[in-house]
Design a protein around this ligand. Structure first.
Ligand SMILES: Nc1ncnc2c1ncn2[C@@H]1O[C@H](COP(=O)(O)OP(=O)(O)O)[C@@H](O)[C@H]1O
Ligand SMILES: [Mg+2]
Length: 559
């Protein structure tokens, strides 16, 4: 063997190939799913469980009741963090008994792999929490669940076989249901740093309650403190519904998959059946534009040797201009009213306003941007506004500076809106979409998708203009009010002088002078109050006469 060949042999011999299951991948790369340290881990666990609970309730028209509890089960030692049991219970739709094991024990198994606006997207969240729990404490997860139609309550204790990415059932059983309870309870034990995570977890729950004022949320801390967020309205946003894909979001692989399961017999039928908002006329025009026979069987596209044809259709679907934009009626925004209620409640703000923008789309995915601004009240003035970010109703607390909303909000010059530093200002941004462009599977920040960025900008600026109007009216009202006060202070003095001058001295009976004085005061009050008009603020205007009278009432004349 030559020297060269020998060294090549050595290099090859060093490589060992093997496959890794997706469970093992996330077990080894916990930080990708948000489990980077004991603080983030306990926070992320609460988050994943709460999000699943809310998906199982408000997305199915059930008014949510969510109970969260964290208990310390083993104190920290010098070299080990404490262990906590995290339990979350909801009154949601429950998990069918034959799905429990996979839903909780198989990474990338989900009921949310459909085109629908849900908090969960990846089929990963609860499993990432279970993997972390299993790796730090060895304890199985305990799940109790019942669907509405079931006569039983099912329970399972399970671990995840990390090498195989499969559930391992430790214990299971069922009980006859004595009430009409439906929902799910999940118990997990994990190492965590509650002390460090506490503020973030409370903040997360508060912000969840802010945009879900129709939910009842109870949180019990390891110190047995109870945080109770009562339901303040029964009004819920319309639940999201499932949609067919929009042609602009389709790539070759997706097209192949759709062709392979379609029942359509012709290309026209295929277009109308499998994609959203395509009628027969559009379908025919489109097929004509790319030179495809409308009566061709769609299965031809996946026959051997037809990859060029497949490519033509895929490119056509993505680029054809005359499809209707993606449908947004199945998105579920929070709505202006609920955002305003939430902001008012949380900050006792002096002024709030929210806006839900029209739907837009990026790459075939519809999205709606909503924004809200709260001003004054209990908001602590700061150099920049407090930014509350939400995506599909999930509060996002980490990676703020990486988020497209931060980019937009931090680039706004608030002085142009009459807002001086430090500003008592909160800006809320919510993005609802069937596909939220998260930067990572930990779901903490959104990418700088250009369409998204400009929508967020428009939304925030529109409310900021309303705020500017409010502030400038308030300022001009204040100036006018000060003027009224200054002038009104003279009324009693002037009236006294006038009453003396306006009747001859021989008529100065004690009553005569007093009557006259009162008549003159009345006249002056009318003159001063009629001379100004205070601006309407939020539809209300103050009566100047009331101000004048209250000033006069407090003036004491020297005798
Ligand atoms: N509290 C719950 N109520 C009803 N179903 C649940 C609940 N928690 C989890 N599930 C089911 O388990 C599946 C997997 O959850 P998860 O791993 O968090 O992924 P994702 O939420 O992204 O789908 C969900 O899609 C859902 O069907
Ligand atoms: Mg989830």
């Amino acid at each position: 063997m030559s020297a060269e060949a020998e060294s090549e042999e050595r290099i090859k011999a060093q490589e060992k190939y093997r496959e890794m299951s997706i469970a093992e991948f996330f077990a080894k790369n916990k930080e990708l799913a948000g489990f980077s340290n004991p603080t983030r881990a306990i926070y992320q666990t609460v988050r994943e469980l709460v999000e699943n609970s809310l998906d199982a309730t408000d997305s199915h028209n059930v008014l949510p009741e969510v109970k969260i509890s964290i208990k310390e089960v083993e104190p920290a030692t010098d070299d080990k963090p404490a262990k906590y049991e995290v339990a979350v219970e909801d009154n949601g739709i429950g998990v069918p008994p034959n799905e429990i094991a996979n839903a909780f024990g198989k990474v990338l198994y989900s009921s949310k792999y459909v085109i629908r606006q849900t908090r969960g997207m990846y089929g990963l969240g609860v499993k990432a929490a279970i993997l972390y729990s299993q790796m730090t404490t060895g304890q199985p997860v305990f799940i109790v669940s019942s669907t509405d139609s079931s006569d039983n309550i099912y329970y399972k204790k399970l671990l995840i076989d990390i090498k195989k990415n499969e559930p391992v059932i430790i214990e299971e059983g069922q009980l006859l249901k004595r009430s009409n309870w439906h929902g799910t309870k999940v118990y997990l034990t994990l190492e965590g740093d509650w002390v460090r995570a506490k503020q973030k977890i409370i903040e997360y729950i508060k912000r969840t309650a802010l945009i879900a004022p129709y939910a009842e949320i109870i949180f019990e801390t390891p110190e047995n403190e109870i945080y109770y967020f009562p339901r303040v309205t029964k009004k819920m946003p319309k639940p999201p519904s499932e949609a067919k894909p929009h042609p602009h979001g389709i790539d070759i692989e997706q097209l192949k998959a759709i062709v392979s399961f379609t029942k359509a017999k012709t290309m026209v039928e295929f277009m109308v059946e499998e994609f959203q908002s395509i009628g027969e006329i559009t379908a025919r025009k489109f097929l004509e534009s790319i030179g495809i026979d409308p009566n061709m069987n769609p299965k031809v596209l996946i026959e051997k040797g037809n990859s060029k044809l497949l490519q033509t259709v895929a490119t056509g679907l993505r680029t054809y201009k005359n499809f209707r934009p993606p449908r947004s009626d199945y998105l579920s925004p929070i709505g202006e009213e609920l955002i305003e209620v939430g902001l008012k409640r949380l900050f006792n703000a002096e002024w709030v306003k929210a806006i839900t923008r029209q739907a837009r789309a990026y790459e075939g995915h519809p999205f709606i941007v909503e924004a809200g601004i709260a001003y004054g009240g209990n908001i602590v003035p700061a150099e920049e506004p407090v930014l509350l970010r939400y995506a599909n109703k999930i509060p996002l607390l980490y990676e703020e500076r990486e988020d497209v909303s931060y980019k937009v909000v931090s680039s706004i010059n608030w002085k142009l809106y009459n807002i001086e530093e430090p500003m008592p200002l909160v800006v809320l941004v919510h993005v609802a979409s069937t596909k939220v462009p998260y930067k990572g599977v930990g779901k903490e920040s959104l990418s700088e998708v250009q369409e998204l960025e400009s929508e967020i900008k428009n939304a925030v600026q529109e409310i900021a203009r309303n705020l500017r109007l409010y502030i400038s009216k308030k300022n001009s009202e204040r100036t006018l009010r000060e003027k009224i006060v200054t002038i009104s202070k003279y009324i009693p003095e002037v009236a006294r002088s006038l009453s003396i001058l306006s009747i001859p001295p021989d008529k100065w009976g004690s009553n005569g002078k007093k009557d006259n004085n009162e008549r003159i005061i009345e006249k002056l009050v009318k003159i001063v109050s009629k001379s100004v008009e205070l601006p309407k603020i939020d539809g209300k205007e103050e009566d100047p006469e009331r101000i004048v009278r209250s000033v006069i009432a407090n003036v004491k004349l020297e005798q």
